[in-house]
Design a protein around this ligand. Structure first.
Ligand code: BGC
Length: 755
């Protein structure tokens, strides 16, 4: 039997045993160091690297999108060692094993492929989008959710997820705020580090773990006007203290990979920005893994007008520190000539390959390149066991913004009307990155029927569509022309039916919002209202005079002044995922109690964006506002959210270097309060710091009349910032401290640090 036959036999046997120990076999008659799992990773990397040809090295930097069919060309590339990774869009582990087998058993050096995929807020079991889950102010929830997602993904054969998104939400017009953990760097850092732990665990090579990828590096969320894929202009001061904070925390948590972003920064495409990719990411943040580009962004440098052709683009990106080329096929045919011509040094190429190989070893891909095809069948069945976690995540992420005492429902309701296009639609609730799931488990209508007592009648009216048929757009002489005379229409509009249902009910629940298809990537919006004719529907129903509970579904903070004013209660539910309906109905019926806080400020008006809370005081606090509106920034600020009870905060006192406050439940129901620590450095010569910055929070659950003491340590970590060299430091001096229920309230307390 030759070596290869031995290898195949051994692999088959090992798969039966459930642990393919590929490295016990060798491909050249001697056991190389890289094939020996007992050797240190660095030794294995160097050994393998030293045996790769120039073309095989470049192959390790090439990522393709998995073909839909059995494409011969792809198999030929794998045999040549010209593919390192696939974006895996298929759900068939047997097919994935065929790809892997070709790379491992039929290429010269047998380097395994790494299969990547966007597992963002769930694979099979979908959780709320990150913007929503961040409202829980409970980072461990992210860790628990992503542990489930990782297990499901790995069972399918996905080794690597393109998450978490560490971009900081700044402008709600940008559709991708849905994927962020909100506008605050501190909250976002904790949530993203927790996601890394959830995906990778303590040992990313352990079963059920995947490599995390921090994206999009860097400055993507600051795109001009919130228009996706645009340029960003961020000062180094803001970059260090806002945009990099979450990346830094997630790198510290051990993230194995990073994705560079689509935007430019100071005119340089992020994929070719040596300052951010090398000086900062590797130098200052200490990142050791590899960087993958975003989808074709290496090639997009040509369209930006930064690179002349793919060879130019490949050279610029690799030399800047972007290791892997996603989908553009710019590295694969071009880098060899660049190396031969000396425009890319062998040392630079080797370093990029080293980084990719290191992650493949760290993930255990050489030992376990294949996925257990039989175990995969159990994934969907296992979902049931995890449903309570998804349900808990929903009820902890839905924010109650207003309540005139109508929720939770009082006993004895005779009739409830449920109105709106989200009432029976399960696909809109699932979220913008729905993984392998296309719909929520049950609709709001079904869950509400379950939640209401038998004797309470429920009438459901759709009322209108989520979207209208848009006016026609035509091309004239190469220009796009919108036919303004053709008004958007909704053949499904049923205002009188909705009004009649409202009139006949004790209370109305309106399930409204924005269409999911206008959230996420390439989904910027200029207006932040309800989509289609939903505002007309709301106005008509609200005018019927019955109390309305608005449940708003969206991937961003929507600006809904008439809903805020006329509804008796308002919940912002975001896109809650598979258990959307149960989680929300638990809140309506009082089975769960709202505790979520806004992870992103809700602007008064689109003209007031951005409306984030953590800007400076300016030299003229309160002045410089718009003359033509009394509205200021946000209607509901970061950190805001109601519960079903009330809490009183005692004054903040200092006990040594601890800020301490007493919180009392002054209401009649048990509830969970999220006490938030905000700080301000009164004088900072390095640069102006925000008027307030979140630097701690604690969730406390109290029964009526019960008290709790919350304590926050005030030290270098809590008070510090990043200076212009990227060093974290805290200055001695005067600070102002708040312990408060949100970013706008609370009484200031003075604190002297290090004096
Ligand atoms: C997105 C990334 C995503 C990638 C792969 C890109 O268009 O910007 O967030 O990870 O596609 O799906």
């Amino acid at each position: 039997m030759n070596t290869k036959e031995l290898l195949v036999l051994a692999l088959a046997a090992a798969q039966v045993a459930g642990a393919a120990d590929f490295c016990d076999y060798n491909r050249n008659g001697k056991k190389d160091a890289f094939e020996d799992a007992a050797q240190p990773v660095e030794k294995r990397v160097e050994d393998l690297l030293s045996q790769l040809t120039l073309d095989e090295k470049i192959g390790q930097l090439n990522q393709l999108v998995a073909p839909a069919g059995d494409d011969k060309e792809f198999f030929a590339l794998m045999r040549k060692g010209a593919v390192s990774s696939y974006i895996w869009t298929r759900t068939d582990p047997a097919y994935r094993n065929r790809f892997q087998r070709t790379a491992v058993e039929e290429s010269r050096m047998g380097v395994p492929l790494i299969f990547g995929m966007d597992i963002i807020h769930g694979a099979y079991l979908t959780f709320p989008i990150s913007l929503g889950l961040a409202c829980s102010f409970e980072p461990e929830l992210f860790e628990r959710a992503q542990t489930v997602a990782a297990r499901e993904a790995r069972a399918e054969g996905i080794d690597w997820t393109f998450a978490p998104m560490c971009d900081l939400a700044r402008d709600p017009r940008w559709g991708r705020v849905a994927e962020t953990c909100g506008e605050d760097p501190y909250l976002s850092a904790l949530c993203n580090a927790a996601q890394v732990r959830g995906f990778q665990g303590a040992d990313p090579s352990a079963p059920g773990r995947v490599a995390a990828c921090l994206k999009h590096y860097v400055g993507y969320s600051a795109v001009t006007g919130g228009r996706d894929y645009n340029d960003s202009e961020i000062t180094e001061w803001e970059l260090r203290n806002l945009h990099l904070v979450s990346f830094g925390a997630a790198v510290k948590a051990g993230a194995l990979t990073v994705m560079s972003s689509f935007n430019t920064l100071e005119g340089i495409p992020a994929v070719a920005n040596r300052h951010t990719l090398t000086d900062i990411l590797r130098g200052d943040l200490g990142f050791k893994g590899f960087v993958v580009s975003d989808w074709e962004s290496v090639m997009e440098m040509i369209r930006w007008g930064y690179a002349a052709d793919k060879a130019d683009a490949a050279r610029l990106a690799l030399n800047a520190g972007n290791d892997m080329d996603m989908k553009a096929m710019a590295y694969q045919p071009n880098l060899a000539a660049e190396v031969k011509a000396g425009r890319v040094t062998m040392a630079t190429l080797d370093e990029a390959v080293r980084r990719v190989l290191r992650v493949k070893f760290q993930l255990g891909l050489f030992e376990r390149p294949y996925v257990d095809e039989t175990a995969f069948a159990a994934v969907e069945k296992a979902i049931d066991a995890e449903l309570p976690l998804a349900r808990e995540a929903v009820s902890k992420s839905v924010v109650l913004l207003k309540n005139d005492g109508v929720v939770p429902f009082r006993p004895g309701l005779k009739k409830v009307a449920l109105i709106g296009p989200f009432a029976e639609d399960k696909t809109e609730l699932i979220g913008c990155w729905n993984g392998r799931q296309t719909a929520a488990r049950v609709s709001i209508a079904e869950a509400l029927r379950e939640a209401l007592p038998q004797e309470t009648a429920l009438e459901v009216v759709k009322g209108c569509s989520v979207m209208t048929t848009p006016p026609t757009i035509t091309q004239q002489d190469g220009r796009i022309v919108l036919d303004r005379a053709a008004v958007a229409t909704d053949p499904g509009l049923e205002l009188s039916k909705a009004v009649a249902a409202a009139k006949g009910a004790d209370i109305v629940v309106m399930a409204i919002g924005e269409t999911r298809s206008w959230t996420g990537e390439n989904a910027s919006r200029a207006s932040l209202g309800l989509t289609g004719r939903q505002q007309d529907l709301f106005d008509a129903v609200a005018a019927a005079g019955k109390p309305v509970v608005a449940v708003v579904f969206s991937g961003r903070p929507l600006v809904l002044p008439r809903v805020w004013d006329k509804a008796a209660a308002v919940f912002y539910a975001w896109q809650p995922g598979m258990e959307a309906a149960h989680g929300i109905c638990d809140l309506l019926a009082g089975k769960a109690s709202p505790s979520a806080r806004l992870s992103m400020s809700v602007p008064c008006d689109v003209s007031q964006v951005p409306a984030y809370y953590n800007g400076p005081t300016t030299g003229r606090p309160g002045q410089g506002q718009y003359r033509d509106t009394p509205e200021r920034g946000s209607r509901y600020c970061f950190g805001y959210g109601l519960t079903y009870t009330t809490f009183a905060y005692g004054g903040v006192r200092m006990e040594g270097n601890e800020a301490v406050a007493e919180i009392t439940n002054t209401g009649t129901r048990e509830g969970t309060e999220t006490a938030q620590l905000y700080i301000r450095q009164n004088v900072c010569h390095e640069g102006v710091r925000p008027a307030r910055e979140l630097r701690g929070f604690k969730r406390v659950t109290l029964k009526p009349g019960e008290k709790a003491t919350v304590r926050f340590a005030l030290n270098g970590d809590t008070l510090g910032y990043f200076d212009r060299q990227g060093k974290h430091r805290a200055d001695a001096g005067q600070y102002t401290i708040w312990i408060a229920p949100d970013s706008r309230s609370g009484a200031p307390t003075a604190f002297a640090f290090g004096g």
